[in-house]
Design a protein around this ligand. Structure first.
Ligand SMILES: [Zn+2]
Length: 145
């Protein structure tokens, strides 16, 4: 039985969680490295409800998903969290897709991206526990783009 759990997860809390895991040193401009405190809120994305920032240093724009596997995808933060959770738990793609309301194909694409990032990262890291593995995977999620 599938639960529509995406409705139960708060987007604001999900955003905070993603921020912590994707950007542990705080959100920064991916173009010039200036911190988000040197940017202004530019607009809100329609579907994802993400704040888009415009950097005061270089005028580049970015958001929470910049340089992550979710860049350019119209995921709400709650959907992103649930997808990551499903992939890490090894849940079938079709089931994840139904739970968060996206196609199985989309889940598969993201799963492959996440897994290849994890594989690339594995050799040079000594993993102490699953949490370390997960956090490091997220932190490196954008570097290969
Ligand atoms: Zn910048």
């Amino acid at each position: 039985m599938d639960f529509p759990i995406v409705e139960l997860l708060d987007d604001e809390l999900s955003s905070q969680w993603l921020l912590k895991h994707f950007h542990p040193d705080g959100l920064k401009c991916p173009h010039c490295g200036a911190g988000v405190n040197q940017a202004r809120e530019f607009r809100q994305t329609k579907t994802s409800q993400l704040t888009v920032y415009r950097c005061n240093q270089c005028q580049g724009i970015y958001n929470l998903y910049s340089q992550t596997v979710f860049e350019g995808r119209y995921f709400r933060p709650a959907q992103a969290v649930l997808l990551l959770r499903g992939v890490i738990k090894g849940q079938p793609s079709a089931e994840i897709g139904r739970e968060i309301g996206v196609s199985r194909q989309t889940v598969l694409e993201l799963r492959h991206e996440i897994q290849s990032l994890a594989d690339q990262h594995q050799p040079q890291t000594r993993l102490t526990d699953e949490r370390t593995e997960t956090d490091e995977m997220f932190q490196n999620a954008g570097e290969k783009r």
